[in-house]
Design a protein. Structure first.
Length: 662
């Protein structure tokens, strides 16, 4: 066969070291059947090379040649580029360059970035590619390779669309029998590196696609024809065994739009994994109203430890216009059922949907922050991105406005942005729908604030809302109005003093705020990275405090001990000292100090010999009639703990804050 090779390329997605990093799973899926059919395949992953430090960030002027020349050197017969909505314009520019310099290379662009762009893309960019893969690539690429090898390219290639051959665009209807597709060609990549670099450090396994619902913001239903397909549990477990045997991986994330879409599939999967999975933990994504409490418990016993769900809105009205769910309470049921089943959960809601008014927005913020109170590991929001082909995009085509890149660090050189902006009707992923809602700038800032308050000062905002009736929106607006550069803590203190609160509320809120401040000091973390990338772990600041001590007017910590129920309980008015510290295992611990513990702590912090301090305090307790042996045990235990805490923060002395009311 006069066939050299097929080269599959992932272009640069994001140039920030902290951006999420994932396997190019789509390319691995495509590579495998090609190889099985006898075609040599290679993967060139620029995203990996950049993160690994094997290449520099390309220059704005030369990036196209920089990324294309290595491709030309490899002289592939077929080049497959994988595109996301954000990277599709860059793929087109690379394709145009290659078509000029090496016109013999057959260029196919596939991936989610292609969704919804046909047929108009063919009219304007027909010189940038030969084919687009509208859905899955496994069968389509083999079909193309076979035809190229047979020199038979005159007619339509099933699964591929070409402005030069096929008119009009016909989405591929004959999806492959997913269980018969070979396992992704993991061995084509240095998997150990990917596992080490992945954020989060969990291994994605492709389970299938499609969902029978039709939420208006989602492209899944449109492009997979509302068809649910998933690999059988037997096939999945065999793949996990392969990944364990070859790379020692035991924690997985199953990639499927809606794993729990089909009751029969879910139950057969649970059943098989309950009986056959003794080793692996796994996560998945579901629609919140698709799983019941008993199913969640069964999933837990089958190895499921983490679930992602899109709650999407806290407003019944907006949920309805999204064509998502009928009730917001379905999300709350899901949170509670996950807690009961001991499954960690993450959520995401969409803000900025058309006609979202301030009441809807407040309801969504409430849902998002309540998710944290219910124990969500991560509760995030994203601004509605009107993806090409999504129903909401079609319905609002006259109110779509270009806003540019929405993701921090996205690789978008000026030519890419120009192309996208000049063709904004095709690349709607860079736009915002301004229709009866607030501005994009507002929602973007709100996203940052949600990410901040779901991780920092959570108790303060939750308390202000739940106990003082202050809206999240008013807190957010005050934060947004603050001068740039003002530390958030300072702004918060100002917001807080401006609020219309009773004396009791003010005093309690001051105590909660102080507790949150102490917690932040004890964390000693840089928060900017995790705000840019929710998967990144925040880094420790050098020389940061790892513990903090405060004295407040109320025993407020107990208010949050059993969220969400306890927030309505009273917090006794009592001078209370809290020590907050980070353990060697990175756990945050808050303990209430009694008077003698406080004196012991002060003595140890002042670098008094531990033994001396402990002896003095134990003697003091004995003088007060406390059994000497018991006093010794308690004091020694406390002394050991305090000494440990002080060593953790060896570079700095503890924060000694007194926030009692005057
Ligand atoms: C994991 C994931 C992510 C990860 C990583 C993405 C990645 N792999 O690089 C993270 C969390 C970073 C992410 C981010 C985002 N994502 Co995302 N993500 C997914 C998810 C859940 C799985 C992707 C995946 O790996 N699937 C499995 C593989 C096998 O599928 P695949 O890549 O699509 O590949 C198949 C075909 O597309 C095709 N194919 C792919 N490449 C090629 C190349 C050639 C040559 C050919 C012929 C075929 C082909 O064949 C493959 C095999 O069948 C999908 C939903 C889904 N079920 O696919 C959403 C999805 C891709 N994400 C989506 C969105 C909206 C986003 C965000 C914009 C969200 C946000 N607002 O922040 C961001 C930004 C992404 C960007 N930069 O453009 C949308 C659509 C995006 C789009 N049109 O580009 C999807 C479809 C979810 C949805 N239903 O709305 N995402
Ligand atoms: S339930 Fe989820 S996957 Fe299904 S259409 Fe709605 S958002 Fe998309």
């Amino acid at each position: 066969m006069s066939f050299h090779s097929i080269l599959l390329v992932r272009p640069l997605i994001n140039i920030e070291r902290n951006a999420p990093f994932f396997l190019p799973l789509g390319l691995l899926c495509c590579a495998s059947p090609l190889r099985d059919a006898g075609f040599p395949v290679e993967i060139l992953d620029y995203e990996y090379l950049l993160r690994r430090g094997a290449m520099a960030v390309p220059d704005d002027e030369t990036w196209i040649a920089d990324l294309c020349e290595p491709i030309i050197e490899k002289a592939p017969v077929i080049l497959g580029l994988t595109a996301l909505a954000d990277t599709m314009p860059a793929c087109l520019l690379m394709g145009r360059y290659l078509k000029q310099v090496a016109p013999e290379i057959i260029i196919v662009i596939g991936g989610p970035g292609v969704f919804g762009t046909t047929p108009e893309i063919g009219n304007r960019f027909g010189d940038c590619f030969d084919y687009l893969c509208i859905n899955e690539g496994e069968v389509a690429l083999v079909e193309l390779a076979v035809r190229v090898a047979a020199n038979d390219l005159g007619t339509e290639v099933p699964g591929l669309w070409s402005p030069h051959v096929t008119e009009p665009a016909v989405p591929y209807q004959g999806f492959a029998e997913i269980d018969e597709l070979p396992m992704p060609a993991y061995d084509l990549l240095p998997i150990a590196d990917y596992v080490e670099m992945a954020t989060p450090r969990i291994f994605d396994v492709y389970l299938g696609t499609g969902c029978t619902y039709a939420c208006k913001f989602c492209v899944t239903s449109t492009f997979w024809n509302r068809t649910f397909r998933a690999k059988s549990p037997q096939t999945v477990l065999a793949e996990l065994d392969y990944l364990y045997d070859n790379f020692g991986i035991t924690k997985f994330n199953f990639l499927h739009d809606n794993f729990a879409n089909k009751k029969d599939y879910l139950e057969s999967f649970i059943d098989y994994f309950q009986n056959n999975n003794q080793r692996y933990e796994w996560g998945c994504a579901v629609r919140p109203d698709n799983v019941t409490a008993p199913q969640l418990r069964a999933m837990r016993s089958a190895g499921c430890t983490m679930i992602f769900c899109g709650t999407d809105s806290g407003s019944k009205r907006i949920l309805k216009s999204m064509a998502k769910m009928t009730k917001v309470t379905k999300s709350y049921d899901f949170f509670e059922n996950c807690r009961d089943a001991d499954i960690a959960f993450e959520t995401n809601a969409i803000i900025g949907f058309p006609h979202e008014d301030d009441t809807d927005f407040e309801e969504t913020l409430t849902l998002v922050i309540d998710a944290v109170a219910h124990g969500a590991t991560n509760s995030d929001v994203s601004v509605l991105q009107p993806l090409p082909g999504a129903q909401v995009t079609k319905d609002n085509s006259d109110t779509i406005t270009w806003v540019g890149p929405s993701l921090q660090g996205a690789f978008l050189p000026p030519q890419v942005l120009d192309l996208a902006e000049n063709n904004a009707d095709i690349f709607t992923g860079f736009a915002f729908i301004r229709n009866g809602n607030r501005s994009f700038a507002f929602y973007r800032e709100a996203t940052q604030l949600v990410r901040y308050f779901t991780r920092h000062y959570f108790r303060t905002v939750y308390f202000l809302k739940e106990r003082c009736g202050v809206t999240y929106l008013s807190i957010f607006e005050a934060m947004m109005a603050a001068n740039e550069g003002t530390p958030l803590e300072t702004t918060f203190a100002q917001v807080f003093s401006d609020l219309d609160l009773t004396d009791e509320q003010r005093s309690l809120a001051a105590a909660v705020f102080a507790l949150d401040q102490a917690t932040e000091a004890a964390k000693g973390l840089h928060v900017s990275t995790e705000i840019a990338n929710i998967y990144a772990r925040a880094h420790s600041q050098s020389g940061a405090q790892s513990h903090a001590l405060i004295t407040v007017d109320h025993e407020v910590h107990g208010l949050f001990a059993a969220l969400p129920e306890s927030i309505t309980h009273e917090a006794p008015h009592a001078i209370t000292r809290y020590l907050v510290f980070r353990t060697a295992e990175d756990q945050l611990v808050t303990i209430k100090l009694s008077g003698w513990q406080m004196r012991l702590w002060s003595a140890l912090a002042a670098k008094t010999q531990p033994d001396d301090a402990a002896t003095t305090v134990a003697a003091e307790l004995a003088d007060r009639g406390i059994d000497r042996d018991r006093a010794d045990v308690a004091v020694n235990r406390a002394a050991a703990l305090f000494a440990d805490v002080l060593q953790i923060g060896a570079t700095s002395s503890p924060v000694l804050a007194d926030t009692r009311s005057p």
